[in-house]
Design a protein around this ligand. Sequence first.
Ligand SMILES: Nc1nc2c(c(=O)[nH]1)N[C@H]1C(S)=C(S)[C@@H](COP(=O)(O)O)O[C@H]1N2
Ligand SMILES: [Mo]
Length: 159
Amino acid sequence: MNIRCLAASVAASVLLVFATPASASDTILSVTGKVTDGEINLTLEQVEAMGSTSIVTTTPWHDGLTTFEGVPMARFLDAVGAQGTTAYVHALNDFSIDIPLSDLTRFDAIMAFKTDGEYMGIAEKGPLFIVFPYDDVREVRNELFYARSVWQIHTIEIE
Ligand SMILES: Nc1nc2c(c(=O)[nH]1)N[C@H]1C(S)=C(S)[C@@H](COP(=O)(O)O)O[C@H]1N2
Ligand SMILES: [Mo]
């Protein structure tokens, strides 16, 4: 391959990387710490395959009733073999917070991948967003649980 040809093919691959949306084979979530094999990298497809349920609720961030579809956190924690007591959830915008696993399971939190039937881009709090049933469960209608409602989730460390 001559240099001009090489330059053209490098330019083409750079273009491809920027023009291609997240695909089924992209890792969107890494789960580390006290989980099976110490680290699990998941695609959106793999997260979705864990099973899903819906929460219909108002939130402090959306207008009116909104339907969130996602994997129940209890099912997710089982699927990754979580053994610890706390999830340290880290977001793309560098926000992070500790959430006791027991609060995720007893209040039926989900890790949502769809809002009103649509996959969420980063601008729509995607690709993954921890949602609690704010309307149905009085205990989660407060600042502590709003802070635990992490969007743009990037990594979860089980401690
Ligand atoms: N990705 C991400 N999720 C987040 C936050 C954040 O900065 N980034 N802030 C948290 C906190 S501390 C609260 S109280 C609510 C804040 O929502 P608000 O910024 O719309 O008030 O979202 C939570 N989820
Ligand atoms: Mo907050």
